[in-house]
Design a binder for this molecule. Structure first.
Ligand SMILES: NC(=O)c1ccc[n+]([C@@H]2O[C@H](COP(=O)([O-])OP(=O)(O)OC[C@H]3O[C@@H](n4cnc5c(N)ncnc54)[C@H](OP(=O)(O)O)[C@@H]3O)[C@@H](O)[C@H]2O)c1
Length: 277
Protein backbone atom coordinates (compact mmCIF):
# COMPACT_ATOMS: atom_id res chain seq x y z
CA UNK A 1 0.00 0.00 0.00
CA UNK A 2 1.12 3.58 -0.70
CA UNK A 3 3.27 5.07 2.07
CA UNK A 4 2.86 8.75 3.01
CA UNK A 5 5.75 10.86 4.27
CA UNK A 6 4.60 13.52 6.75
CA UNK A 7 7.16 16.27 7.33
CA UNK A 8 6.63 18.64 10.25
CA UNK A 9 5.36 15.49 11.96
CA UNK A 10 5.59 16.99 15.46
CA UNK A 11 3.87 20.24 14.44
CA UNK A 12 0.31 21.54 14.64
CA UNK A 13 -0.89 20.10 11.34
CA UNK A 14 1.69 17.35 10.68
CA UNK A 15 0.94 15.52 13.96
CA UNK A 16 -2.77 15.58 13.12
CA UNK A 17 -2.19 14.44 9.52
CA UNK A 18 -0.17 11.49 10.85
CA UNK A 19 -2.90 10.57 13.37
CA UNK A 20 -5.63 10.68 10.74
CA UNK A 21 -3.61 8.54 8.32
CA UNK A 22 -2.93 6.00 11.07
CA UNK A 23 -6.65 5.94 11.96
CA UNK A 24 -7.31 5.12 8.29
CA UNK A 25 -4.69 2.32 8.46
CA UNK A 26 -2.51 4.11 5.89
CA UNK A 27 1.23 3.35 6.11
CA UNK A 28 2.94 6.55 7.25
CA UNK A 29 6.45 7.83 7.94
CA UNK A 30 6.46 10.72 10.39
CA UNK A 31 9.53 12.91 9.97
CA UNK A 32 10.98 15.67 12.15
CA UNK A 33 14.07 16.54 14.19
CA UNK A 34 12.38 15.32 17.39
CA UNK A 35 10.76 12.02 16.37
CA UNK A 36 8.69 9.91 18.73
CA UNK A 37 10.24 6.56 19.60
CA UNK A 38 7.93 4.41 17.50
CA UNK A 39 8.56 2.43 14.35
CA UNK A 40 6.85 4.93 12.02
CA UNK A 41 8.68 8.06 13.24
CA UNK A 42 12.17 8.98 12.20
CA UNK A 43 14.76 11.73 12.39
CA UNK A 44 14.65 14.09 9.43
CA UNK A 45 16.19 17.52 9.01
CA UNK A 46 15.45 19.57 5.92
CA UNK A 47 18.92 21.09 6.21
CA UNK A 48 20.75 17.73 6.41
CA UNK A 49 20.48 16.05 3.01
CA UNK A 50 21.86 12.77 4.31
CA UNK A 51 18.56 12.37 6.24
CA UNK A 52 16.49 12.55 3.02
CA UNK A 53 17.00 9.11 1.39
CA UNK A 54 15.75 7.04 4.32
CA UNK A 55 12.81 9.42 4.78
CA UNK A 56 11.88 8.94 1.12
CA UNK A 57 12.44 5.18 0.92
CA UNK A 58 9.25 3.46 -0.28
CA UNK A 59 7.19 6.66 -0.15
CA UNK A 60 4.63 7.53 -2.86
CA UNK A 61 3.17 10.78 -1.51
CA UNK A 62 4.44 13.52 0.78
CA UNK A 63 3.01 16.24 3.02
CA UNK A 64 5.42 19.16 2.99
CA UNK A 65 5.73 21.57 5.94
CA UNK A 66 8.51 24.13 5.53
CA UNK A 67 11.46 24.21 7.94
CA UNK A 68 11.35 27.11 10.38
CA UNK A 69 13.83 29.99 10.01
CA UNK A 70 15.02 31.44 6.71
CA UNK A 71 13.66 31.12 3.18
CA UNK A 72 12.65 27.48 2.61
CA UNK A 73 12.28 27.72 -1.19
CA UNK A 74 15.68 26.41 -2.32
CA UNK A 75 15.93 23.47 0.06
CA UNK A 76 12.31 22.43 -0.51
CA UNK A 77 12.74 22.63 -4.29
CA UNK A 78 15.80 20.38 -4.09
CA UNK A 79 13.86 17.99 -1.87
CA UNK A 80 10.97 17.79 -4.35
CA UNK A 81 13.44 16.82 -7.11
CA UNK A 82 15.04 14.16 -4.89
CA UNK A 83 11.61 12.87 -3.89
CA UNK A 84 10.46 12.52 -7.50
CA UNK A 85 13.60 10.56 -8.31
CA UNK A 86 12.88 8.33 -5.30
CA UNK A 87 9.37 7.58 -6.63
CA UNK A 88 7.14 10.12 -4.91
CA UNK A 89 4.19 10.84 -7.19
CA UNK A 90 2.08 13.30 -5.17
CA UNK A 91 2.97 16.35 -3.06
CA UNK A 92 0.69 18.28 -0.72
CA UNK A 93 2.31 21.56 0.36
CA UNK A 94 1.25 23.51 3.44
CA UNK A 95 1.51 27.15 2.42
CA UNK A 96 -0.50 30.15 3.67
CA UNK A 97 -3.47 32.25 2.57
CA UNK A 98 -1.20 35.27 2.13
CA UNK A 99 1.39 33.35 0.04
CA UNK A 100 0.28 33.38 -3.61
CA UNK A 101 1.85 31.18 -6.28
CA UNK A 102 5.08 32.73 -7.55
CA UNK A 103 5.55 34.91 -4.45
CA UNK A 104 8.46 34.54 -2.03
CA UNK A 105 9.16 31.50 0.18
CA UNK A 106 6.33 28.93 -0.16
CA UNK A 107 5.05 30.81 -3.22
CA UNK A 108 8.15 29.59 -5.08
CA UNK A 109 7.60 25.97 -4.06
CA UNK A 110 3.96 26.34 -5.12
CA UNK A 111 5.16 27.56 -8.53
CA UNK A 112 7.54 24.61 -8.84
CA UNK A 113 4.72 22.12 -8.19
CA UNK A 114 2.42 24.01 -10.59
CA UNK A 115 5.06 23.86 -13.36
CA UNK A 116 6.10 20.25 -12.66
CA UNK A 117 4.79 16.88 -13.78
CA UNK A 118 3.93 15.35 -10.39
CA UNK A 119 0.46 15.32 -8.80
CA UNK A 120 0.07 18.16 -6.31
CA UNK A 121 -2.07 20.28 -4.05
CA UNK A 122 -1.23 23.47 -2.16
CA UNK A 123 -3.17 24.20 1.04
CA UNK A 124 -3.31 27.91 1.90
CA UNK A 125 -4.81 28.21 5.36
CA UNK A 126 -5.66 31.34 7.26
CA UNK A 127 -4.40 31.82 10.83
CA UNK A 128 -4.53 28.77 13.04
CA UNK A 129 -6.79 28.67 16.13
CA UNK A 130 -3.94 26.74 17.76
CA UNK A 131 -1.86 29.95 17.90
CA UNK A 132 -3.92 30.68 21.06
CA UNK A 133 -3.29 27.29 22.65
CA UNK A 134 0.44 27.29 21.78
CA UNK A 135 3.44 29.54 21.71
CA UNK A 136 2.19 32.74 20.07
CA UNK A 137 -0.45 33.80 22.58
CA UNK A 138 -0.55 31.16 25.31
CA UNK A 139 2.17 32.78 27.44
CA UNK A 140 0.44 36.16 27.79
CA UNK A 141 -2.95 34.53 28.32
CA UNK A 142 -1.58 32.46 31.21
CA UNK A 143 0.75 35.10 32.71
CA UNK A 144 -1.18 38.35 32.11
CA UNK A 145 -4.74 37.36 31.14
CA UNK A 146 -4.13 39.35 27.97
CA UNK A 147 -3.97 38.86 24.21
CA UNK A 148 -1.92 41.40 22.28
CA UNK A 149 -2.40 42.31 18.62
CA UNK A 150 -2.15 45.17 16.14
CA UNK A 151 -5.27 43.92 14.35
CA UNK A 152 -7.50 46.68 15.82
CA UNK A 153 -11.10 45.59 15.05
CA UNK A 154 -10.06 43.47 12.05
CA UNK A 155 -11.84 40.14 11.78
CA UNK A 156 -9.93 36.91 11.13
CA UNK A 157 -11.20 33.66 9.62
CA UNK A 158 -9.30 31.44 12.12
CA UNK A 159 -9.08 27.76 11.16
CA UNK A 160 -8.62 24.69 13.35
CA UNK A 161 -5.44 22.74 12.54
CA UNK A 162 -7.59 19.60 12.68
CA UNK A 163 -9.53 20.85 9.65
CA UNK A 164 -6.29 21.60 7.78
CA UNK A 165 -5.12 18.06 8.55
CA UNK A 166 -8.39 16.58 7.28
CA UNK A 167 -7.95 18.57 4.05
CA UNK A 168 -4.36 17.38 3.74
CA UNK A 169 -5.40 13.74 4.12
CA UNK A 170 -8.12 14.21 1.50
CA UNK A 171 -5.58 15.77 -0.90
CA UNK A 172 -3.01 13.05 -0.20
CA UNK A 173 -5.38 10.11 -0.66
CA UNK A 174 -8.01 11.19 -3.24
CA UNK A 175 -8.27 8.99 -6.33
CA UNK A 176 -7.86 12.06 -8.52
CA UNK A 177 -5.20 14.63 -7.65
CA UNK A 178 -6.33 18.16 -6.86
CA UNK A 179 -3.57 19.77 -8.97
CA UNK A 180 -4.66 23.13 -7.58
CA UNK A 181 -4.36 25.37 -4.55
CA UNK A 182 -7.14 26.02 -2.07
CA UNK A 183 -7.56 28.74 0.54
CA UNK A 184 -8.74 27.17 3.81
CA UNK A 185 -10.61 29.13 6.48
CA UNK A 186 -12.82 28.59 9.47
CA UNK A 187 -16.59 29.09 9.15
CA UNK A 188 -16.63 32.68 10.44
CA UNK A 189 -14.40 35.74 10.80
CA UNK A 190 -14.11 37.02 14.37
CA UNK A 191 -12.32 39.92 16.05
CA UNK A 192 -9.61 39.61 18.69
CA UNK A 193 -12.14 40.98 21.23
CA UNK A 194 -14.38 38.02 20.42
CA UNK A 195 -11.39 35.66 20.64
CA UNK A 196 -10.63 37.00 24.13
CA UNK A 197 -14.30 36.51 25.06
CA UNK A 198 -14.37 32.88 23.89
CA UNK A 199 -11.12 32.03 25.66
CA UNK A 200 -12.21 33.87 28.82
CA UNK A 201 -15.49 31.91 28.88
CA UNK A 202 -13.60 28.62 28.46
CA UNK A 203 -10.95 29.54 31.06
CA UNK A 204 -13.48 30.86 33.58
CA UNK A 205 -11.86 34.29 33.99
CA UNK A 206 -11.64 37.59 32.13
CA UNK A 207 -9.14 37.70 29.26
CA UNK A 208 -8.56 41.14 27.77
CA UNK A 209 -7.61 42.11 24.24
CA UNK A 210 -4.88 44.76 24.25
CA UNK A 211 -4.63 46.81 21.05
CA UNK A 212 -1.07 47.65 20.05
CA UNK A 213 0.39 49.62 17.17
CA UNK A 214 2.55 47.61 14.77
CA UNK A 215 5.65 49.33 16.24
CA UNK A 216 4.64 48.36 19.78
CA UNK A 217 3.99 44.75 18.73
CA UNK A 218 7.35 44.55 16.94
CA UNK A 219 9.10 45.84 20.09
CA UNK A 220 7.21 43.27 22.17
CA UNK A 221 8.29 40.41 19.89
CA UNK A 222 11.91 41.63 20.03
CA UNK A 223 11.78 41.85 23.83
CA UNK A 224 10.67 38.20 23.80
CA UNK A 225 13.75 37.21 21.80
CA UNK A 226 12.63 37.24 18.17
CA UNK A 227 15.06 38.75 15.70
CA UNK A 228 14.17 42.10 14.10
CA UNK A 229 13.32 40.56 10.71
CA UNK A 230 10.82 38.06 12.13
CA UNK A 231 9.41 40.59 14.63
CA UNK A 232 8.81 43.08 11.81
CA UNK A 233 7.06 40.54 9.57
CA UNK A 234 4.82 39.29 12.38
CA UNK A 235 3.85 42.85 13.36
CA UNK A 236 3.13 43.77 9.74
CA UNK A 237 0.95 40.69 9.29
CA UNK A 238 -1.05 41.62 12.38
CA UNK A 239 -1.47 45.17 11.15
CA UNK A 240 -2.78 43.82 7.83
CA UNK A 241 -5.61 42.13 9.70
CA UNK A 242 -6.97 45.55 10.63
CA UNK A 243 -7.86 46.23 7.02
CA UNK A 244 -9.63 42.89 6.53
CA UNK A 245 -6.83 40.88 4.88
CA UNK A 246 -8.12 37.69 6.55
CA UNK A 247 -11.85 38.36 6.81
CA UNK A 248 -13.38 36.48 3.83
CA UNK A 249 -14.42 32.90 4.56
CA UNK A 250 -14.08 30.25 1.86
CA UNK A 251 -15.67 26.89 1.08
CA UNK A 252 -12.27 25.17 0.94
CA UNK A 253 -12.72 22.81 3.90
CA UNK A 254 -16.21 21.82 2.74
CA UNK A 255 -14.95 21.16 -0.79
CA UNK A 256 -12.10 18.92 0.34
CA UNK A 257 -13.70 17.08 3.26
CA UNK A 258 -17.44 17.26 2.57
CA UNK A 259 -18.10 18.85 5.96
CA UNK A 260 -18.08 22.30 7.53
CA UNK A 261 -15.01 23.65 9.34
CA UNK A 262 -15.11 23.86 13.13
CA UNK A 263 -16.09 27.17 14.76
CA UNK A 264 -13.84 28.93 17.28
CA UNK A 265 -16.30 28.16 20.12
CA UNK A 266 -15.81 24.41 19.55
CA UNK A 267 -12.02 24.83 19.64
CA UNK A 268 -12.14 26.77 22.94
CA UNK A 269 -14.60 24.35 24.56
CA UNK A 270 -12.39 21.41 23.63
CA UNK A 271 -9.16 23.07 24.82
CA UNK A 272 -10.47 24.84 27.95
CA UNK A 273 -7.94 23.07 30.18
CA UNK A 274 -5.03 24.72 28.36
CA UNK A 275 -6.04 28.21 29.60
CA UNK A 276 -7.04 27.27 33.15
CA UNK A 277 -4.64 28.37 35.94
N1 LIG B 1 0.46 29.27 12.52
C1 LIG B 1 -0.33 29.89 11.65
O1 LIG B 1 -1.26 30.64 11.99
C2 LIG B 1 -0.09 29.66 10.17
C3 LIG B 1 -1.02 30.19 9.26
C4 LIG B 1 -0.84 29.92 7.89
C5 LIG B 1 0.24 29.17 7.46
N2 LIG B 1 1.13 28.70 8.39
C6 LIG B 1 2.28 27.91 7.89
O2 LIG B 1 2.26 26.64 8.50
C7 LIG B 1 3.59 26.14 8.56
C8 LIG B 1 3.79 25.54 9.93
O3 LIG B 1 3.86 26.59 10.86
P1 LIG B 1 3.58 26.36 12.40
O4 LIG B 1 3.99 27.59 13.09
O5 LIG B 1 2.18 25.87 12.58
O6 LIG B 1 4.62 25.23 12.78
P2 LIG B 1 4.40 23.71 13.18
O7 LIG B 1 3.96 22.90 12.01
O8 LIG B 1 3.56 23.63 14.43
O9 LIG B 1 5.91 23.33 13.56
C9 LIG B 1 6.92 23.22 12.59
C10 LIG B 1 7.24 21.75 12.28
O10 LIG B 1 8.34 21.72 11.37
C11 LIG B 1 9.36 20.90 11.92
N3 LIG B 1 10.63 21.48 11.51
C12 LIG B 1 11.04 22.76 11.66
N4 LIG B 1 12.29 22.93 11.16
C13 LIG B 1 12.66 21.70 10.68
C14 LIG B 1 13.84 21.22 10.05
N5 LIG B 1 14.91 22.00 9.83
N6 LIG B 1 13.86 19.92 9.67
C15 LIG B 1 12.82 19.10 9.90
N7 LIG B 1 11.69 19.50 10.49
C16 LIG B 1 11.61 20.79 10.89
C17 LIG B 1 9.15 20.93 13.42
O11 LIG B 1 9.58 19.74 14.03
P3 LIG B 1 10.96 19.56 14.82
O12 LIG B 1 11.22 20.83 15.56
O13 LIG B 1 10.69 18.37 15.67
O14 LIG B 1 11.93 19.29 13.74
C18 LIG B 1 7.63 20.96 13.50
O15 LIG B 1 7.10 19.65 13.39
C19 LIG B 1 4.53 27.29 8.24
O16 LIG B 1 5.04 27.11 6.94
C20 LIG B 1 3.61 28.51 8.31
O17 LIG B 1 4.00 29.53 7.41
C21 LIG B 1 0.98 28.90 9.72
Amino acid sequence: MAKVLVTGGTGKTGSRVASLLRENSMPVRVASRHPASDATSQFFDWTQKDTWPSALDGVTSAYLVAPTGGDPARIMSEFVSAAKEAGVQRFVLLSASQAPRGGPAMGKVHQLLYDGDAEWAVLRPSWFMQNFSGSLHLKTILEENRIYSAAADGRVRFIDAQDIAACAVAALTSATPLNSDVVLTGPEAISFSEVAGFIGDAAGRTITYERLTAAELKAMHEARGLNTFVATILAQMDEGLASGAESQVTEGVQQLTGRSPRPFSEFTAENAGVWKL
